[in-house]
Design a protein. Structure first.
Ligand SMILES: Nc1ncnc2c1ncn2[C@@H]1O[C@H](COP(=O)(O)OP(=O)(O)OP(=O)(O)O)[C@@H](O)[C@H]1O
Ligand SMILES: [Mg+2]
Length: 220
């Protein structure tokens, strides 16, 4: 992923807010990036732009050499599904679905894969994150750390190259936080690009590269 002079300006009724100011950066496979910075510095905005959730105001953003400004909504959703897995602070699991069904869900959009493949994949992902014994549990019946591990399994369902995580351990205790960072670290060693927004100093132990944002500027 290659960002060239990416700027994001939010237009509100009263004023313009420059959430990101001329960001130039290339993210590579097999690396664990931590994005840090004070509240309002632009971390979530950066993650949303990278994940093709938010449009940028100016600049160029390439994914595997593809200029994302040239794509229509359908092409953008396809790229989003193909390249990215998302993990958020509040898990966003569907509370009416059990762990297994939550992991199956993103695979339903992908018409190219069979029912059997989906089933095997969901089971293998859940056992990979240590939840083989919890596949029939609903979110309410799991701890915060377990729910976040379901979210990781779900993020991996479509074999993305890139995992974008916004405060994935914000609601977890230290022990569960470590488990999640260890899991993400393992994935980066397997060749995935991991980008984690975190306020926690703990992330520094795991990150290969720390990116600091200050008022929309990349300072390191
Ligand atoms: N939809 C929006 N409309 C207007 N301004 C916005 C919008 N979203 C974010 N902003 C502003 O853009 C700036 C960057 O916000 P962003 O959410 O990226 O910060 P952050 O670094 O993720 O902060 P936090 O650590 O609190 O989550 C902030 O000044 C924020 O108020
Ligand atoms: Mg944020």
């Amino acid at each position: 992923m290659n960002l060239e002079n990416i700027t994001k300006i939010y237009q509100t009724k009263e004023r313009e807010i420059t959430a990101l100011n001329n960001i130039n950066y290339t993210f590579s496979k097999g690396k664990f990036y931590a994005i840090m910075g004070h509240s309002g510095s632009g971390k979530s905005t950066l993650i949303s732009i990278m994940g093709l959730i938010e449009p940028y105001t100016s600049g160029k953003y390439y994914i595997n050499g593809k200029d994302t400004s040239k794509l229509n909504d359908q092409e953008l959703s396809y790229l989003r599904m193909k390249y990215f897995g998302f993990i958020f602070q509040d898990y966003y699991l569907d509370e009416h679905l059990n762990a297994y069904e939550n992991v199956i869900l993103p695979m339903l959009i992908n018409k190219e894969i069979s029912k059997k493949y989906r089933k095997d994949k969901a089971l293998s992902l859940l056992s990979k994150v240590g939840l083989k014994e919890r596949i029939n549990h609903f979110p309410k019946e799991m701890s915060g750390g377990e729910q976040q591990r379901v979210a990781i399994a779900r993020a991996l369902a479509n074999d993305p190259e890139i995992i974008l995580a916004d405060e994935p351990t914000g609601n977890l205790d230290r022990q569960n936080e470590e488990l999640i960072f260890q899991e993400l670290k393992k994935l980066s060693k397997e060749g995935k690009c991991i980008v984690v927004v975190s306020h926690s100093d703990e992330v520094k132990k795991y990150a290969d590269i720390i990116i600091e944002l200050d008022n929309g500027n990349m300072v390191s």
